[in-house]
Design a protein around this ligand. Structure first.
Ligand code: BGC
Length: 722
């Protein structure tokens, strides 16, 4: 028995195993304390009010804190594109960072976000979203890294490494949470093979990286809500993957049945004293659940926290790190490294991009160019005050730039015909796509407690007295209640006004560059033919303007690659039904879907142009051990600009779609030749056997392709016997 958290930590440092130290600490808790650590520490009704008044951006939400035992519990604040508390640094959204294919850079982003979170008083964050972009209409596509499980897993692992230098991280939303409006009502059916080979590998990867926590999804999976899904939370997560951390529910109605959620293995209901508080005592009294099971969950939570005691006891960085210059520099670097150059044809002798500032006469068009456009207005929203628009970024390079917001097409045409080059900024905002903060089933409100507990309210109010001063940014003035409505996109096309603007400009100016701000794919067929140059810029964070200008003017050579497939027509994607009550995930989305339907993409997964050219030679494959192989070779920058290429390795798997199994971003100066080595674990070739509930390991001859993108016609094919 340990009478305090510190004694348990000392015992671990002297060799005691974490789980028995956790048991020892839980043994010294009262029954009420054990029940206390099963949910958030904030009262439901007061907490909801606080959230609606912007409290989400002022203080973390605590859970499992017991002062008597000095148990720190968790202090949660979100962070997929930056720390949500305070006026912190807004980084480009995760899908943009996915386009960098740069794990080292993503680790640095994780570290910066983690540092700001820690300074803001948080100890746990939900910054890692690895649900796959099954369809570009998914409102939260921007919060994840892309459509491919391997790529998403590696990027998620990278941000986890960075974040956990300062705070514990939670990976979300387990599992199959790839539609937004129906997230509280849809049941997803996915068979065991598809789950384990497509929708779960990226979660497993982040668990292997040592993530402290997993957040369950709102939706139901194979007939049970994820927050009370024993097959998922116990069967897969703990029993099969050996997860040693704690599971938290998604916020508010992340569970429906307190007893079932305990039985299934969900450790903490977030963020309030809500459904468990209202119903668990009855469930215990009627023996629907027994106290031993409750205690087991408490031990898991405490063990998870003890495992990360070192992070928790690290001193807080000064508050000045929030929004500091160093992080803004990093945000700019990420913005420039994430802009994907999709098209860059010559007009006259040279490709339109890069531009040379000099005496250039330049016009910028579209209202988004002059708007701080950071993405989702839901839980990932960052209230950054110091953001530059695309227009401001470009103006820093070309002070004489002229602007037309596109509302008057004749005026736009007039300006476009008077300048050398035109940049048209189009796309979406948080009103078109993002987290859905809309109505939910009114029957759910019956699960809520009648009222808050007076002592809980009192203690919690004391806690939020320490909240951080947070100013509401001016660019949020068009939002009611602080959150945007968001939701799944209605269309994959640009708004008509954007298309009309592009057409008006390009009609009179051949040197037109279209810049797209969005969280996912946009269908370009109605306008792209006449446009020589297209850049996919996503929501580029607080330095979107400078970052994009660095690419447009060639200070940074584009090296980003699409983390998803862009189809020619909307019908080329699989079905998406934003109001579905039931939906089958058959594992064929993205580039796999196009293989299945034998359709060419407009732009392939993994595709992106550069201002230079590369030549790969001497590719070889070798077995390093029974568990790993390596592909080696060299790559030469044959053009006149320094640049970076992302080498991608795909493999054919019998009876399956091919898989991406490795990638490496290589930076090379003009004229330079570099060796590369891409190591691949043979585990990535395994196939799931749903009869034995285990993996079939690779055997026989495997064909690997070294490519620049999934449909690369110049792939170098290498075979090996395993
Ligand atoms: C979102 C989660 C988020 C949580 C807390 C929920 O509405 O679905 O992704 O982590 O809020 O911010």
């Amino acid at each position: 028995m340990f009478e305090s958290f510190d004694r348990a930590v000392d015992a671990i440092n002297s060799g005691e195993c974490v789980s028995s130290a956790a048991e020892g600490l839980v043994d010294s808790m009262t029954e009420d304390e054990i029940l206390w650590i099963l949910d958030g520490d904030a009262p439901t009704w007061e907490g909801l009010g606080y959230l609606a008044q912007g409290g989400y951006h002022k203080a973390p939400f605590g859970a499992a804190v017991i002062d008597r035992l000095n148990l720190p519990g968790v202090l949660f604040a979100d962070g997929p594109r930056g720390c949500v508390i305070g006026n912190s640094t807004c980084f480009p959204v995760a899908v943009a960072r996915g386009a960098t294919w740069n794990e080292e850079l993503e680790e640095r982003v994780g570290e910066a976000i983690g540092k700001e979170l820690k300074a803001a008083g948080a100890t746990l964050t939900g910054a890692i979203c690895v649900n796959l972009i099954r369809h570009p209409k998914w409102g939260r596509a921007q919060e994840s890294y892309g459509e491919d499980p391997f790529h998403v897993g590696e990027m998620g692992a990278a941000v986890c490494r960075g974040l956990q230098k300062y705070v514990m991280a939670s990976v979300k939303h387990l599992a199959c949470n790839s539609m937004e409006n129906a997230r509280f009502s849809v049941d997803i059916t996915a068979d065991e093979t598809i789950l384990h080979e497509v929708y779960l590998p990226q979660f497993k990867r982040v668990v292997e990286e040592g993530v402290a926590s997993v957040m369950s999804a709102y939706n139901s999976l194979n007939g049970e809500w994820c927050g009370q899904n024993s097959a998922l939370l116990s069967g897969v997560l703990r029993d099969e993957w050996g997860f040693k951390g704690f599971v938290i529910s998604d916020w508010i109605f992340g569970i429906r049945d307190s007893a079932k959620s305990i039985e299934a293995g969900l450790n903490i209901e977030m963020p309030y004293r809500m459904i468990r508080m209202a119903h668990l005592t009855d469930a215990l009294a009627t023996n629907e659940i027994n106290f031993e099971t409750v205690k087991k969950l408490a031990v898991q939570t405490v063990a998870g926290i003890l495992l990360h005691a070192e992070i928790l006891t690290k001193p807080k960085p000064p508050i000045s790190v929030i929004g500091c210059d160093e992080h803004r520099q990093l945000a700019r670097q990420v913005a420039s490294n994430s802009a994907v150059l999709l098209k860059n044809e010559s007009v006259g002798l040279n490709p339109v991009l890069p531009l040379t500032p000099g005496n250039l006469s330049l016009g910028v068009f579209g209202h988004l160019a002059a708007k701080v456009n950071l993405g989702d207005g839901g839980s990932s929203d960052v209230w950054d005050l110091d953001c530059t628009t695309i227009l401001e970024g470009i103006r820093q390079k070309v002070p004489s730039v002229k602007f037309n917001d596109g509302t008057d097409l004749l005026a736009a045409e007039e300006l476009a015909s008077s300048v050398d080059t035109a940049i048209v900024v189009v796309g979406y905002t948080y009103q078109d796509e993002g987290e859905y903060i809309g109505s939910i089933d009114p029957a759910l409100s019956e699960l809520l407690p009648g009222k808050d507990e007076a002592d809980v309210v009192e203690n919690w109010k004391k806690f939020i007295e320490r909240q951080i001063e947070t100013e509401v940014p001016g660019h949020l003035s068009d939002r009611l209640g602080g959150f945007a409505a968001g939701g799944d996109r209605d269309s994959l096309l640009l708004h008509n006004a954007d298309v009309d603007l592009i057409k008006s400009v390009v009609k009179v100016n051949q040197r037109t560059i279209v810049v797209i701000q969005s969280g996912g794919a946009v269908i370009m067929s109605p306008w792209i033919d006449g446009v020589p140059s297209v850049l996919q810029a996503f929501y580029g964070g607080c330095r979107a303007g400078e970052g994009l200008a660095d690419v447009i003017f060639g200070d940074v050579n584009p090296s980003a690659k699409l983390p998803y497939t862009i189809c020619t027509e909307a019908d080329d994607y699989p079905v998406f039904d934003k109001n579905a009550k039931e939906f089958i995930y058959d594992g064929s989305h993205g580039w796999w879907h196009l293989i299945k339907t034998d359709t060419s993409p407009a732009f392939s997964f993994g595709f992106g142009l550069s201002y230079t050219s590369f030549e790969v030679s001497g590719a070889e494959i070798e077995k390093l051990s029974d568990y790993s192989i390596a592909i080696t070779g060299n790559i030469k920058n044959t053009g006149s600009a320094d640049g970076a290429e992302v080498l991608q390795v795909y493999v054919e798997i019998p009876d399956r779609f091919p898989r991406l199994v490795g990638f490496k971003r290589v930076e090379i100066e003009s004229g330079e030749k570099k060796d590369f080595k891409i190591e691949i674990s043979t585990e990535r070739l395994a196939t799931r056997n749903k009869d034995t509930h285990s993996w079939n390991h690779p055997q026989g001859t495997y064909e690997f392709s070294l490519k620049r993108y999934a449909t690369d016609p110049d792939a170098q094919v290498l075979r090996i016997e395993l």
